[in-house]
Every structure is written in C-alpha cells, then in structure tokens.
Design a protein around this ligand. Structure first.
Ligand code: CAA
Ligand code: FAD
Length: 379
C-alpha cells in the first residue's frame, strides 16, 4: 500500500498545521479550563473547509478523500483534541451518513449548511442503558400519520448544546430487535426537545457533552433516513468511518505529546547534560516514535481502504484500538519525561494525557473494537 502523500495531501497537512499552531494553540489551556469552545474558532474551521471535508462540492463540501481527512484530524488533535472531536462528529458521523443515505431534499436542507460549518451536527446513539449494547435502545418513535412521535433520553452527546441538527436513533418496532431501529433528523428548537445537563469531563473539556431529552417530539416522516428499519445499519456503517476519525484523533494526541517531549528532553538538563542524553529517556523517545509510526500506518491504511471502496470494518477497528492505546501510553510517558513540569497545565502534556483516555472509550470501547475485529476474523 502506497503511503506517499500527494501534493494535495501535503497542502491539507500544512493548512491544518497552520490553523492548529496559529489559531488553536494560543487559547487551548483556557478553553480546557473554562470548558468552552470559541464560536469564532468554529467559524474559522468551517471557513477553512474542515467541517465537511469529504462532502461532495455539489453540497458545499471539500470533496476530499478520507486520507486528507485523517491528515487534518491528526494535525488539529496534536494541539487541541476538543477541536478534533467537534470536527470528527460533524464530518464522519453526521455529514458522511447524510451524504451516503440521505434523500436529495435532506441533503439540500441539512447537509449543505452542515458541510460549510454554518451549522453543527450531533450523532445521538448512546443512552443511559445503551452504550456498548447499542441495540438496547429505549428511545421510541411511534408512527402517527405523516409524522413520528419521539420519546426518550440520549446521553453523552458530543456537540449536544452547540449543534442545531441531531441524528437521533430510536426504536420504531422494539419486537423486531435491531431491525426495528430507525434514525431521524431532528432540529433543535422542536417542541419537546430539551438540552439537559452538561458533563464535567476529565478530558476534551472544551467540547460540550450533554444529555438530550425528547418528550412527544413531532418529527415529519420525511426526516427518517433510509428505508424503515435501516437505523441500526446506518449507525454501524457511520461508526465504521467515525472510528477512523477517532483513530486519527488519538494519533494526533500521541504525536503532539511526543513532539513536546522530544523538544523538552533536549532543553532540560540534569546531572550536567540534557536529559535526552540519558539512555533511559532515549529509549522512551524511541519507543514513543516507533509506536506512533505504527499507529499512523494503521490509520492511513484504514483510510486508504475506505477510499478504495473496499470493506474497512476490521481496518477501522484495528486502527482505533491500536492508536488509542498508543495515545494513552505515549501521553503517560510524555508526562514522565517532563517530570514535575509534566504534571501542570502550562506544559500541555497533562492535557494530552487526559484527552487520550476518551479515545479508548467513545465510538466503541477498546473491548468492543476487539469484539468487532474477532467477528470479522471469524466470519
Ligand atoms: N458495520 C456494519 N454492520 C454492522 C457492524 C459494523 N461495524 N456491526 C454490526 N453490524 C450489523 C451486523 O451485521 C448485523 O446485521 P444483520 O442482522 O443484517 O446481520 C447487525 O448490525 C447487528 O449486529 P450484531 O448482531 O453483531 O449486534 P450486537 O448487538 O451483537 O453488537 C456491536 C453489535 C458491534 C457491539 C455494536 O452494538 C457496537 O458497535 N457497539 C458500540 C456502540 C458504539 O460504538 N457507540 C458509539 C456512539 S457514538 C460516539 O461515541 C461518538 C463520539 O463519542 C464522538
Ligand atoms: P458500557 O457499555 O456500560 O461499558 C462498560 C465497560 O464494559 C466498558 O469497559 C466496556 O468495554 C465493557 N463491555 C461492555 N460490553 C462488553 C462486551 N460485550 N464484552 C466486553 N466488554 C464489554 N455517544 C453518542 O451516541 N454520541 C456521541 O456524540 C457521544 N459522545 C461521547 C463523548 C464522551 C466524552 C463520552 C464519555 C461518551 C460519548 N458517547 C457518545 C458515548 C460512548 O460511545 C459510550 O460511552 C461508549 O460506547 C461506552 O458505553 P457505556 O459508557 O454505556 O459503557
């Protein structure tokens, strides 16, 4: 497989790196402290084309491949993993699904503003009693003439408050199991749709995570995506691509922490020489660089396979499983290399370590990725 980056890929990398260094880096510690993402930054991400990278230009997107998307995700997450997840949900969980499975009307009405970043999307699958066990949906959608009536609660929803358009998974025919699940496009402001509490998180603190409540929410039939009963397949198929995005986020977090550690190790002196001259530190740096490179290969491979139109379920799960473990390990070592300075906010690596943990949990925990990989191996 060819991992050489084309001129276009290198241009995307440079644009994302410039945005991350010049715009995201300056306020990243404050945003983490205050648990707020700056709307002006969000607008700039949209203006630069980072919110709908893989959407066809016909619908206002960048028309780029998945490899371009993961390259941008890596650069942005190197500096600000909160920006990474906001971007990832909009690109891979909302825009991609709408482009693949939405009707022309749905695309014109919802995809076009989402692709430009003028409007932000949320993907609402998880519930208090349906996380890994995603088919156990308690949210219901009852058909009633020309509309559905939605009732239920979703939790852990990224962009829960900042989004205007939500893709909401619900059971229409619980007796049919996963084949009775559908997904609906629901707009904020619809009567009965309430944004609940905001989570106070360990990491990715500048991205907003909320509970969403639906009480007799009226959704027109034309807002259902796909054929009746297609909702679970929609969610799983969307998550396959989402997992590549989160793998790239994890890769970025690891690479960001590594770059800081490499620099710090050459500046910090103990026993009369830079700590980079102690073999113990050199070995840490070697292991970090090697694991990051291996993670990058898996992430690029998954993206390439998706771009080639081949089945990428296993490749995506492997990339996420491995890259998230690498992110957790590398960021822990990065704090160690920084000593006491690594334990305080100013040096950034403690944030990277806190941010890394979520990549082993969301979009399918590491245990679920292993289950997905094993099922593919044993097919
Ligand atoms: N791709 C395509 N189809 C898939 C699939 C995949 N990765 N995984 C399952 N399916 C299909 C199966 O083929 C099956 O279809 P058929 O009946 O037609 O054969 C159907 O879905 C049901 O599959 P299973 O029988 O395997 O279902 P299960 O209940 O045993 O388990 C699971 C499935 C893989 C564990 C699934 O529930 C899962 O992925 N859970 C994790 C949920 C998750 O990732 N949530 C993320 C929420 S979004 C998020 O987290 C965003 C964020 O943080 C930013
Ligand atoms: P559980 O499913 O209860 O799992 C608990 C533990 O048991 C885990 O270690 C798990 O791996 C393990 N486990 C469960 N089942 C098995 C099994 N069969 N075999 C082996 N081990 C198993 N969801 C959305 O829909 N949209 C979002 O935008 C979103 N954003 C999120 C943002 C954040 C910050 C967080 C924390 C979560 C987000 N989620 C979102 C939810 C996330 O996807 C779930 O938290 C995740 O899928 C795990 O579900 P759970 O928390 O219910 O854990």
């Amino acid at each position: 497989m060819d991992f050489n980056l084309s001129e276009e890929h290198l241009a995307v990398q440079e644009a994302a790196r410039d945005f991350a260094q010049n715009d995201l880096l300056p306020g990243v510690i404050e945003r983490d402290n205050e648990q707020k993402f700056d709307p002006a930054l969000l607008k700039k991400m949209g203006d630069l084309g980072f919110m709908g990278m893989m959407v066809s230009p016909e619908y206002g997107g960048g028309g780029m491949d998945t490899l371009s998307y993961v390259i941008a995700m890596e650069e942005i997450s190197k500096v600000d993993a909160s920006a990474g997840v906001i971007m990832s949900v909009n690109n891979s969980l909302v825009c991609w699904g709408l482009q693949m499975y939405g009707t022309e009307e749905q695309k014109q009405k919802y995809l076009v503003p989402l692709a430009s970043g003028n409007v932000i999307g949320a993907f609402c699958l998880s519930e208090p009693e349906a996380g890994s066990d995603a088919t156990s949906q308690h949210t219901t959608a009852v058909e009633n003439g020309d509309h559905y009536l939605i009732n239920g609660t979703k939790n852990w929803i990224t962009n829960g408050n900042s989004s205007s358009v939500c893709l909401v998974v619900a059971h229409t025919h619980p007796e049919k199991g996963h084949k009775g699940i559908n997904v609906f496009i629901i707009e904020k402001g619809t009567e009965g749709f309430v944004v609940g509490r905001k989570e106070d998180k360990m990491g990715i603190r500048a991205s907003d995570t909320h509970t969403l409540m639906f009480s007799d929410v009226n959704v027109p039939n034309e807002n259902r995506i796909g054929e009746d009963g297609f909702g679970f397949k929609f969610a799983m198929s969307t998550l396959n691509g989402g997992r590549i995005g989160i793998a790239a986020q994890a890769l970025g977090i690891a690479a960001g922490a590594f770059e800081l550690s490499l620099k710090y190790a050459q500046e910090r002196k103990t026993f009369g020489k830079p700590i980079s001259e102690h073999q113990a530190i050199q070995f840490k740096l070697s292991d970090m660089a090697t694991r990051i490179e291996a993670a990058r290969m898996l992430v690029y491979k998954a993206a390439r396979i998706k771009d080639q139109g081949k089945d990428y379920i296993k490749a995506a799960a492997m990339a996420k499983l491995y890259a998230s473990d690498v992110a957790m390990w590398v960021t822990t070592e990065a704090v160690q290399i920084h000593g006491g300075y690594g334990y305080v906010k100013e040096y950034h690596v403690e944030r990277h370590m806190r941010d890394a943990k979520i990549t082993q949990i969301y979009e399918g925990t590491s245990e679920i990725q292993k289950l997905v990989i094993a099922r593919e191996l044993l097919k």
